[in-house]
Write a protein that binds this ligand. Structure first.
Ligand SMILES: [Zn+2]
Length: 84
């Protein structure tokens, strides 16, 4: 068994993983404040996204959350408190 080769293979895989997951470019939707990782909001379909947002709330069950009601959130997910 060639452990040196195994090690470099493991390092290549780790590097590939870091390349893919190390810097998630999260953006917030300006329309509904949902945090998305793509180029389109999966909640309202808007492409009006901004990487500049502050605050983060995780809504698990919007029907039982006073904060979600205040912010008008109806779908579970992660939302920014403030978008610029
Ligand atoms: Zn949206």
């Amino acid at each position: 068994m060639d452990t040196a080769a195994d090690f470099s293979q493991a390092r290549r895989e780790a590097k590939a993983l870091i390349g893919e997951w190390g810097m998630p470019r999260e953006k917030a939707c300006r329309e509904c404040k949902r945090i998305v990782t793509g180029n389109k909001c999966d909640n309202c379909g808007s492409t009006n996204l901004t990487p500049h947002f502050s605050g983060l709330i995780v809504v698990v069950s919007p029907e039982h959350s006073e904060v979600a009601k205040l912010l008008g959130i109806t779908k579970p997910g992660r939302y920014a408190l403030k978008v610029e």
